[in-house]
Design a protein around this ligand. Structure first.
Ligand code: GLU
Length: 488
């Protein structure tokens, strides 16, 4: 069975790059009727953030990229599921210790007692001589029995991997094909730190093996670590999973995607009012494309069509305009009723009464004009509260104040004769159109002040659409208010 995993470190929030990694892992597992796991890699205690795990889970579940096994949410509670747990690395310290001892006993790893000061000095010397930096193997010369005694007696030490210093490590990446590394350039990686925690490099290998991961899918930044990892697999005699290293995400100027140029946390996009379907659809295309014209993909369609042979090697540009385009497409597909439902948190926060009987009509007026849900309250608030505007707004650029003063009362009078039964935008347009023609007015000199009176804004949807939503009474009230402003 295919088993993939997403293995975030709980350092605060889910990065959009992390969402892509999780998504591809999820898609690949689902496509192959496999399992998608979530493991928490929290061995770097300095970078640990208390709500980190909750934030990551919240974002993943929002995006519907839901794990089958590992750390999961059960009725909003964080829990763990599966027979290969625990799935949180800080709860697996004994397992790493045991495995490190095995490597030590077999002579594949060694204790290192070098002080941080010595290591800093070494690095400085290497840098000064323009040599590659890395551990110089100093503690390899300590007799293993002696070293064991010193470690047992509590002397501060780490455990390092004995990396062969000649030959090459070669592996086949699902995206990049054959990748080669010279072993002499690979450091004797620390496997166990002096605080008793494993490093990422050690824990990831032990866990991927014990959790029976068949395919490792992760960001390109980890590719240079693969030789160390493969050496650990080799020493243990374990089968190596397949690997896919995803291309970097780039800013539009082709630099590495960074906070400085825009939002990178999934929760930022949640808060702005992107639909999860839109963000997932957009993120799926960051590196992958189906090779056809089709762009709109549901999660299920992605499962069906996703394929690593169509994931590129070159960096993928994170283009917010494209994301906005996707979001608009998904917004378009919602009914007004559903739009109100999903926009409720934003509407309610802005003090808009979502139980108002014209709320659906109001969102319908602006739905095509907004890109994200957080723009909706501002866009529709004129429907509920007419902004205070100056009489000048009522005068169309090709008209005069006198002409508006003359026309608006007549328009109000005429509109009053239109029955409530006919109060819809088509009928209003037809009737008012006829009336304009019969009276020899120009269209703009009637529709501009009508629209301005109804919206109180320089820009707004068309007058008939607004009139339908507001209803007859409110419309007449707003036009009369405009007439009042003109006579002041
Ligand atoms: N914990 C690593 C991270 O935060 C996971 C890398 C991997 O998937 O192996 O990116």
């Amino acid at each position: 069975m295919i088993r993939t995993r997403f293995a975030p470190s709980p350092t605060g929030y889910l990065h959009v790059g992390g969402l892509r990694t999780a998504l591809y892992s999820y898609l690949f597992a689902k496509k192959n009727k496999g399992k998608f796991l979530l493991r928490i890699e929290d061995t770097d205690r300095e970078r640990y953030v208390a709500d980190g795990v909750a934030n990551i889970l919240k974002s993943l579940y929002w995006a519907c990229v839901v794990p089958d096994e590992g750390v999961i949410l059960d009725k909003e509670e964080i829990t763990q599921k599966g027979k290969n747990g625990p799935y949180v690395q800080s709860q697996r310290l004994d397992i790493y210790k045991e495995h490190a001892e095995k490597l030590l006993a077999d002579g594949h790893a060694y204790y290192c007692f070098c002080t941080p000061e010595r290591l800093t000095q070494l690095r400085e010397q290497q840098t000064a001589k323009k040599m590659p930096t890395g551990y110089d193997g100093h503690c390899l010369s300590v007799n293993p029995e002696e070293a064991k005694k010193r470690a047992k007696s509590g002397e501060r030490c780490v455990v390092r991997l004995k990396m062969p210093k000649s030959g090459e490590t070669v592996f086949n990446d699902m995206i990049r094909g054959e990748v080669r590394f010279k072993n002499e350039l690979v450091d004797d990686q620390v496997l166990m730190k002096s605080d008793g925690y494993p490093t990422y490099h050690f824990a990831v290998v032990v866990d991927d093996h014990l959790m029976e991961i068949t395919h490792i899918i992760r960001g390109e930044e980890w590719i240079s670590s693969v030789p160390k990892h493969l050496q650990i697999y080799k020493y243990f005699g374990w089968e190596v999973p397949e690997m896919a290293h995803l291309p970097l995400l780039l800013n539009p100027d082709k630099s590495k995607l960074s906070k400085r140029q825009g939002d990178v946390a999934v929760e930022d996009y949640m808060k702005k009012g992107y639909l999860p379907e839109a963000l997932v659809n957009f993120v799926a295309f960051l590196g992958w494309n189906p090779g056809t014209e089709k762009e709109m993909y549901t999660l299920d369609e992605l499962v069906a069509d996703f394929d690593f042979s169509k994931v590129g090697k070159t960096g993928a540009v994170f283009n917010v305009d494209k994301l906005n385009w996707f979001n608009k497409q998904y917004l378009k597909n919602l009914s007004n009723k559903d739009l109100v439902k999903i926009a409720t948190p934003w509407l309610a926060e802005a003090g808009i009464d979502i139980d108002n009987k014209i709320i659906e009509g109001a969102v319908g007026l602006e739905r095509e004009r907004i890109e994200v849900l957080s723009e909706l309250p501002e866009a529709i608030k004129f429907v509920f509260n007419l902004p205070d505007y100056n009489a000048g707004l009522l005068v169309w650029k090709k008209s005069t104040a006198d002409e508006v003063k003359n026309i608006l009362p007549k328009l109000a009078e005429f509109m009053n004769t239109i029955s409530v039964r006919d109060w819809n935008k088509e009928k209003l347009e037809e009737k008012i159109g006829e009336w304009v023609g019969q009276n020899g007015y120009s269209t703009g000199s009637v529709l501009w002040p009508m629209r301005a009176a109804l919206s109180g804004q320089e820009k707004s949807p068309g007058p008939f659409e607004i009139a339908e939503v507001l209803g007859k009474d409110a419309v007449l009230e707003r036009i009369n208010l405009a007439i009042g402003k003109l006579s002041n």
